[in-house]
Design a protein around this ligand. Sequence first.
Ligand SMILES: [Cu+2]
Length: 392
Amino acid sequence: MMSIWRNKYRLANLLLAAGAAFSGAAHAVSDLPGGPSVRQLNMPIGVTKIAQEQHFLHTVMMILCTVIFIAVFSVMFYSIWKHRKSTGHKAANFHESVVVEVIWTIVPFIIVILMALPATKVLVAQKDTTNADLTVKTTGYQWKWGYDYIKGEGEGLAFISTLDSSHRALSDAGAKGDVPVDYLFKVDNPMVVPVDKKIRIITTANDVIHAFAVPQLGVKQDAIPGFVRDTWFRAEKVGDYYGQCQELCGKEHAYMPIHVKVVSAADYTAWVDVKKKEAAAKLDDPTKVWTLPDILARGERVYAANCAACHQANGKGAGPIKPLDGAAVVLDADHAKQIQVLLKGQNNGAMPAWAQLSDTDLAAVASYTKNSWSNKTGQIVQPAEVLAQRGK
Ligand SMILES: [Cu+2]
């Protein structure tokens, strides 16, 4: 059954592609395997049973609705035309006809049941998150995703996934000419999961409502601050699958893509190993005393990854986003106030809190802002100072 739909889908795509060729696209934009396709109208078939069943249901319902639409309107227009007054027809009177009323109650009822039965089956399967092999918590942030591996192989891994800054720069420049095939889908740290394993996804958010959605995997779940929701998938094919936040969450909504990398069991184990080692290496000693050049190099990276989206690479900010270039709190020889702004945020979260960054990262970014642009203080903020300010 499924293969019939698959072939139909291919045919439809072929027709669309032909249309695209004739219309003469302005830029060379190409399909992203595992992500969106050029002029894609239909849902993707997907690589999970659920995604395939969703696609199948969608197709069946579309056909059913189209058949009903054509049948009802054909009868209606035929009747109007055939029995028009000018040819001498008199209106029939079947007001309160029991037969007609029974028919038009029973027939739609049967149709609704026929649609509801398979749909309910899929819906129930979609919600069954029991017996997962791996549980990953995905947290929506303005504007990035956090992944915490909370149960199963890789337990304890946690990282943030952000859009590649070169793609963001390309977008700001108007994305003229050729763009990379994974334009606005490339992230620094994709979420990696093993193939053929049941992956339970728990969604939540840190600030506003986001939604975790990957069409090829047949998952879409709102990520709501203060709540947890869950969904699951079992990818049947190794590959890269892409999605986006699907709940309008602010001005950078378009820049928080999701990249799920499905790998073999062996590759997954290898990846977990590497990530564990990286995490251990990142656990910087907060008592380490840094030199200015070293900490500035580190701070530059932290700033580019976390701060530049709002405060700009030049530190000038924009509108309500205060400039860091020349800011009194940044220049201050007393570091406490600046560290507190970083740890707790400011102005009700307009400036987000960054307590999730390590002491070293925070010290590095504070030092960087103290010694960049026109700020030439020569001051170093050491990780120990950040540690001392935590919990104050
Ligand atoms: Cu979002």
